[in-house]
Each structure stands twice: as C-alpha cells, then as structure tokens.
Design a protein around this ligand. Structure first.
Ligand SMILES: [Zn+2]
Length: 266
C-alpha cells in the first residue's frame, strides 16, 4: 500500500514540542566590514565563561559523579576561563526590545560574536559555555535558608548588584529586612549584620527561610553553536590566507534554582 503524499502543510498542534531552533537564522556576518562596525556600535559587553565537564567522577565506567560536589556545585560542569567580548543579539526585533526594556522575555536568542576577545586573543564557543550581559541588570528572586557563616556572607545564585526586597515569616509574622540595618551587599553577596540575622536553630542546624528579590546581570547558557567552523579566504599580498568569520551561538536564559541547588550554602 502506498501512503498518500500530504497535500497541505500540517498545522502545528499545541501539543507538539516546539523546536528549540528559531525558524530562520539571519547571518549578519556575511556583510563583512559592516558587521564589524555594527558590533562596535550596537554591540554589548559580555563576560564569556568556558565550560568543561567536572572531573570529580570516581570511575568513567559508570559515570559516577560525586554527589555533593563542591567543585561544580553539583552542576556536572564548571568554568575554567573567562574573558570579555563585545557581541550582539542578531535578530533586530530582539535587539530593539533589549534596548528598550533591557530584557527579552523569550526563551532563546542568537548572539553574534567576533573571532576575538576585547583584548585581542582568539575566542571560541561551545555548548554549556556562559555569557553574562555586563551592562544590564534584571530582577531575580530566590528563596534561601539562613545559614550562619564566618563573616556573615551568604551567596545567591547570581552576584547581586542590589537587593530590592528581603523578608522572612518569623513566628507567623512577616518581617522585612532592611539593607544597611540588617544586612549589606558586599562583593555581590549578602552580608548579615550581627544581631540582625534571621533566626537559626543550632540544635537542628536549621535556619529561617527568607525570600529575596534582587537585581543581577542576566546570564545566558550556550545551547548550541551555529555556523561554528567558519573560515573564508582572503588575499594578503597576493597570497590566499584562511580567515575566521564571526560566530553565532544560540543561547537560553539561565533559570533560577533547580532541585539540585544547595538550599543554604555559604
Ligand atoms: Zn562536580
């Protein structure tokens, strides 16, 4: 029996899994020099972190990564190198939304990046790398358990630029903690001030849970490299030479705490 060819485009159903890839991927680097100028004029600063799998594994045979790994914070990946680079969100509408609001409420975006870091060293990208937007801040929230530490420091998922709101429910009453009175923000971390911390039960080693709304630089994870090995040829003094072209990567916003994240932590 032969199957009839479909005679129409099948409608996408709401239950079908949306593709991670955008419908079309504009390639701006084809414009050569103009593209470099766009990057210079419209580009934004990123901190690029290179990822590699965490080697804290007992045996490769069973891939048994150490539970409670302090090296990678149970991520399975950690970052071994970072450098500054100026890149650009490729899609124009995305760029405009970003310039207007400083935020994309969209799952994924494409970033075009030059072949070199700002300091001139060669740049390359791979899956699980991270790109942090340095010139903009977005509001995050996080729920955390108070843990006493040596200097009163507690770290959130992202380095804090400033805390907008921090509160806990203590004995059925909502208590708002005030920056400058109860805590300070030092080096992107919360530093609790003595005598103003949320309650802590040393016998059970359990601290009060608090919620915090804060601002931080948005972090994007590289989902996929697009057009990764891009080389063209250029005539230099009559001799053909291979030249790398700008790269494009598909990124997704890094999301807030998942199950594996440490509840307390320093
Ligand atoms: Zn690890």
């Amino acid at each position: 029996m032969t199957i009839k060819k479909p005679d129409q485009v099948l409608p996408s159903s709401p239950t079908s899994t949306p593709s991670m890839m955008p419908m079309n991927i504009p390639d701006t680097s084809i414009r050569g020099e103009a593209h470099s100028q766009i990057l210079e004029n419209r580009g934004i600063r990123f901190l690029h972190k290179k990822a590699t799998p965490c080697p804290n594994i007992k045996r490769l045979d069973d891939d048994s990564h150490e539970p409670n790994c302090p090296i990678c914070d149970d991520n399975g990946w950690f970052y071994y190198y970072q450098n500054n680079i100026t890149g650009m969100f490729v899609s124009n509408s995305l760029q405009k939304i970003f310039e207007r609001q400083g935020i994309w409420e969209i799952g994924s975006a494409i970033v075009s990046l030059p072949t070199e870091y700002s300091d001139g060293t060669e740049a390359d990208f791979n899956t699980y790398d991270q790109l942090t937007v340095l010139d903009y801040e977005v509001r995050m929230w996080e729920i955390k358990e108070y843990q006493p530490t040596a200097n009163g420091f507690q770290q959130l998922r992202y380095p804090i630029t400033h805390v907008e709101y921090l509160s806990a429910v203590i004995g059925g009453v909502l208590k708002v903690f005030v920056q400058g009175t109860d805590f300070n923000v030092v080096d992107g971390k919360i530093q609790w001030l003595g005598g103003h911390t949320p309650p802590y039960n040393p016998a059970r080693q359990v601290g009060e849970v608090y919620t915090v709304s804060y601002f931080a630089n948005p972090v994007y994870n590289v989902v996929q490299t697009l057009r990764e090995l891009r080389v063209t040829q250029e005539m230099v003094n009559g001799v053909k030479q291979a030249v790398r072209l700008p790269q494009e990567v598909l990124v997704k916003r890094d999301f807030l705490p998942n199950g594996s994240e440490k509840v307390g932590g320093p």
